[in-house]
Design a protein around this ligand. Structure first.
Ligand code: NAP
Length: 413
């Protein structure tokens, strides 16, 4: 730091108010006055205690030190005036950008907020963007369709050109495209324009597929976080508290900054009260096929029945109506993606088929027994009832289905 020697020309404007002083370095003057008069007692506006040294202060303060007041009275030392000097300098310094609280909170804000690019600004992309923006993150958006107005309304910036977006150097790329278009979109991104260690996150409802895609396509310096918020615009419309968020840190570099960046992203969901579940992508897909895919399938089957509200709705029936509402508003692409890109989905569809057949046969078999009893008498009817094979038990979820010859359908032919 300049110790007070001749000041370069660019600093002269600061020295112009000092009579009897040629080329006073205003920065060093300010610092020395500040050191003399302020550090000896705690400053009420500063987070520093009076016991902290100037060196500590300097380390904590944001350089460069503030410019001096435009007119500092430089007169021969006069004990009577000293008290006034001290007060004046304190007051002036407080008015200068020595406002530590603001600056430190500003620094803290910058260190916890992320610049996030949402790729795929459709239904779910916009739903997530609302919360990201509310939490103070900067959101850039890009999509196949033009969502400039929607983005502006939410407080995001829309880029119709992916090159322009990548040149903004977002810290996180959040992929919210449909499952079936993900590969095409990912391959079309100008990755070379991004910062070398960008964090890629996806929110696809299947997990093994995007993980292996990211591992294949993204340069090794990029971090990868695979996530699935297990809720949507409908189920999460009243907040995310208690809703499940699954994630797999597929590849996060060891550097502290990269670990922190990933944590900050996860904090978005933790702060909203989500139930954070860390599990492998493979495990997710196994569970999700048996729960989410079945849920969506039942919702779509019921939708085809065109169920309507009645004056005598039971609670159970209302649950079905809600299920239709929750699932039918999602795009068919999403449902198709759940089927196509989760290797466990086909088996679940077969199980559903078998379960339905089994239930029908159980009903019809029962009816058949009753009719035969009426036709041929009590004794024969009882015998037949005992002979009727057990139809209802499918192996539990996750266990292999019986081979076709052994299947429930075959038992009853
Ligand atoms: P979606 O139909 O699965 O995806 C729509 C998005 O994909 C839109 O941004 C759309 O862009 C983009 N897209 C579709 N086809 C494209 C193509 N050929 N080229 C480029 N972009 C294409 O509906 P979504 O509900 O918004 O879901 C988005 C993602 O979030 C999916 O991966 C889904 O699995 C996941 N997710 C959804 C929910 C949910 O409840 N909805 C919950 C959790 C996770 P344009 O709009 O610009 O055409």
């Amino acid at each position: 730091m300049d110790k007070g020697g001749p000041t370069p020309t660019r600093n002269r404007k600061f020295a112009c108010g000092f009579k009897n002083t040629r080329f006073v370095n205003p920065l060093s003057l300010s610092l020395s006055l500040y050191t003399q008069h302020v550090y000896t007692s705690p400053c009420p506006l500063s987070p520093l205690s009076g016991r902290q040294t100037a060196a500590q202060h300097h380390r904590l303060s944001l350089s460069p030190p503030p410019p001096p007041p435009s007119r500092l009275p430089l007169r021969p030392p006069n004990p009577d005036r000293r008290r006034r000097h001290r007060l004046k300098i304190l007051a002036l310094d407080a008015a200068q950008p020595f406002d530590y609280e603001t600056r430190i909170s500003d620094r803290l804000h910058k260190s916890t907020k992320l610049k996030i690019a949402v790729i795929g600004f459709g239904n779910f992309g916009q739903f997530l963007a609302k919360t990201l923006i509310r939490q103070g993150h900067t959101v850039l958006a890009h999509s196949r369709s033009d969502y400039s107005d929607d983005a502006a309304n939410l407080g995001a910036t829309f880029f119709s050109n992916a090159d322009d977006l990548c040149e903004e150097h977002p810290e996180v790329i959040l992929l919210c495209t449909s499952i079936i278009s993900t590969e095409k979109v990912l391959r079309s991104l100008p990755l070379q324009r991004l910062k070398r260690s960008t964090l890629f996150v996806d929110v696809l409802s299947v997990k093994e597929f995007p993980k292996s895609l990211f591992m294949q396509i993204l340069p090794v310096d990029f971090d990868i976080l695979c996530t699935h918020p297990m809720f949507g615009p409908e189920s999460g419309k009243n907040g995310w508290n208690g809703l499940t968020f699954v994630y797999d840190k597929a590849r996060i570099g060891d550097e502290e900054s990269r670990v922190l960046r990933c944590q900050r992203f996860l904090d978005v969901f933790a702060k909203e009260g989500c139930r954070m579940v860390e599990m492998s992508c493979a495990e997710h897909d196994r569970y999700a096929a048996g729960s989410q895919f079945i849920t969506h399938t039942m919702g779509r089957v019921l939708e085809k029945l065109r169920l309507e509200s009645t004056p005598v709705n039971t609670k159970g029936y209302e649950t079905l109506l809600n299920l239709v509402e929750n699932t039918a508003s999602d795009s068919f692409d999403l449902y198709y993606g759940l089927f196509m890109y989760n290797k466990n989905a086909m088996e679940q569809l077969e199980r559903l088929d078998l379960a339905f057949e089994s239930l029908k046969k159980e009903l019809f078999g029962h009816l058949h027994d009753v009719l035969r009893k009426q036709l041929f008498g009590k004794a024969e009817g009882l015998e037949i009832l005992e002979e009727r094979p057990v139809l209802s038990k499918l192996p539990p979820n996750g266990a292999a289905l019986p081979p076709p010859s052994d299947s429930v359908g075959a038992q009853n032919n």
